[in-house]
Write a protein that binds this ligand. Sequence first.
Ligand code: NAP
Length: 296
Amino acid sequence: MEQTYGFSAAIVGGDLRQIEVAKVFTGLFKEVRIYGHPPTEVPAAVSFGSSLDELVNTRVILLPINGMNEAGIVSGYKSDQTINFGSLIPSLAKGTLIVTGSMPPRWIQKANALQLKVLQYANDDEIAILNSIPTAEGALQIAMEQLPITIHNSTTIVIGFGRVGITVARVFKALGSKIFVAARRSASLARAWEQGYEKIAVNSLDGIIGAADIVINTVPSLILSEALISKMSSQALIIDLASPPYGTDFEAARRFNIKALLAPGLPGKVAPKTAGFILSSSIPRLIREYLNGGDR
Ligand code: NAP
């Protein structure tokens, strides 16, 4: 296959999903190297890099969907493996494109100052909407495993009605749960009602929280405060899907003996193949649009 770009790309960290992206990258780039993964079956055009120092000659570097954290750390293949990508940033060649799920603002500033380019993809609508499917299925799996009751005839409160909340509400309703959607915008509440759910303003949750068997939070900001948790049934389950700083006072949940689970990275855990396909079919498009879009 003829490559689109005459330069190399590197894939740093992440999980099996990144292998799927590497396969597609072979059709785009002259050479593709993967770092932080054990050898696995890949096309001949993909090689496993040994030292991250080699990245100085790489024009495009892909980081995982959870991106780089405040300390500059990127997650590796195993949960206890980390890669200090931040320490490499100063040595990257000017013009290198870092494609990352997300990057903290101070690191973006640093990259810009070094004339590096940063493309963030976790918030891309196509990726986020498609990823909401394995996320909702993962939440359902957790609820079924953790609760002694059926989803059918249960009461579920879904907090936040964005890309994940919409899919979670649909999936739980499909199994017969009574759904309350809590959102802050009247337009979101109107849409929730139109789709057949009960609606509740997020700041009025105290009137209904006691009826919930399952509370699924998708808002990355404290919603399930100590005051709300204190009104929950002791049999209820909280599943917090949001990214940091999350939406649950976990310490309060522990004190009130309410089971509250943080469930990050569900697409890669419950459906790595599908989640890999989602990334491998979207990221090349984003890179093409970025590289062809003028700001080179
Ligand atoms: P989204 O489309 O931006 O939706 C976020 C929702 O939260 C919206 O309804 C938004 O309301 C609401 N919201 C945000 N801040 C709020 C606040 N302070 N008070 C009340 N409501 C607030 O995001 P998404 O794609 O659904 O993702 C939701 C979260 O799930 C993110 O943190 C994302 O990183 C995470 N996620 C987790 C997994 C996993 O495996 N656990 C997978 C995918 C995504 P407005 O519309 O009014 O702004």
